[in-house]
Ligand binder design. Structure first.
Ligand code: ZN
Length: 323
């Protein structure tokens, strides 16, 4: 089957449909990663060329220029949030695969749990940013003041997400940081996805990571009463794979989380690209050439639209109002 990524001992004990799903998802993720850069700039302190209204960049009206100037750095920030989530997913996926190869189920469970948390958090967070952009488009962004409104609401949301932390010392000393509670994000995501039963899967992984039931049984080959006697009998092994529930849970959680993340990466990327083109960001001129992940070159109306719709730019409308 395909690249045989999971041609490993653990794979043999994994439920067949879970293993197949995992392999397909990993294959899809590899394809997706081939278009993702290893580094990029976000230009937090970059200055666009002084606005000279008598010398507008070609193809840009004055109000379009003002809107683009308001939104370009927020756009670059959103794209960098997407990119770092993609990189994190890639690391965690690699960790799950290596752990399964090496039969390190505890490490595998830990990485699968982190993937599950990432999937739920990114689903809630990326959707809240997408909805903010949709809401602004409904109201219409026609002039600089409208763009300022969008800039403030988007950056407040994005910065709140980026400054989420559990570190009490940071929270005590800085007003901008917000406490993140991953359990709240998971509950919200599973409710919204109408998949409340997946919480069992998450709890199993937590148990496997903490010193508790699943982490104990991960090393148990056999557990039961000795029939003729009164003792409990345990047979344990460093590489025990008998409690295959853990293997299945790692496989299921990884496949589900990566499938979820891939969907959300793609739809968030489409929204970022739409914002980029609608706000005319590619037409801005800077002192130096700006290039960051999620920014396209000014497209030609007869070529394919960079948003990935498959349509020519001429027929692919990107606008900051829903009219
Ligand atoms: Zn398009």
């Amino acid at each position: 089957m395909m690249n045989n990524i999971l041609s490993i001992p653990v794979h043999k004990v994994m439920q067949e449909d879970v293993a197949d799903k995992l392999e397909i998802t990993i294959e899809k993720f590899h394809d997706f990663m081939s278009g993702i850069p290893d580094s990029t700039n976000a230009y937090l302190n970059y200055k666009p060329r002084e606005v000279c209204l008598r010398r507008l960049p070609p193809g840009l009206t004055q109000s379009q220029l003002e809107i683009a100037l308001q939104l370009w750095d927020v756009h670059s920030f959103l794209c960098s949030m997407l990119l770092t989530t993609i990189w994190r997913t890639d690391q965690l996926k690699g960790s799950v695969i290596r752990s399964l190869h090496e039969r390190n189920l505890i490490t595998g469970a830990s990485a699968a749990r982190a993937l599950f948390e990432s999937a739920c958090a990114f689903y809630i967070e990326s959707n809240s940013l997408v909805n903010e952009i949709k809401k602004a488009k409904l109201d219409g962004v026609y002039k600089a003041e409208d763009a300022t409104k969008l800039r403030i609401s988007l950056s407040n949301k994005a910065i709140k997400i980026a400054l989420g932390t559990r570190q009490s010392d940071i929270l005590e000393n800085h007003d901008n940081y917000k406490r993140t509670n991953i359990q709240t994000l998971i509950n919200k995501a599973l409710k919204s996805l109408d998949a409340p039963e997946y919480i069992n899967c998450y709890e199993k992984l937590c148990d496997a990571v903490h010193p508790s039931f699943e982490s104990f049984s991960a090393f148990t080959v056999e557990l039961g009463n000795w029939e003729e006697g009164s003792q409990l009998r345990w047979v344990m092994n460093r590489y025990a794979l008998r409690p295959k529930e853990i293997v299945d849970t790692i496989g299921f959680a990884t496949a589900w989380s990566m499938e979820r993340l891939l969907d959300d990466f793609q739809s968030f990327y489409v929204t970022c690209m739409d914002l980029c083109l609608s706000a005319r960001i590619p037409w801005l001129e800077f002192e130096n050439q700006v290039s960051y992940f999620g920014l396209c070159s000014p497209p030609d109306i007869y070529s394919l639209c960079p948003c990935g719709s498959g349509k020519k730019c001429k027929f692919c409308a990107h606008s900051l109002s829903s009219e």
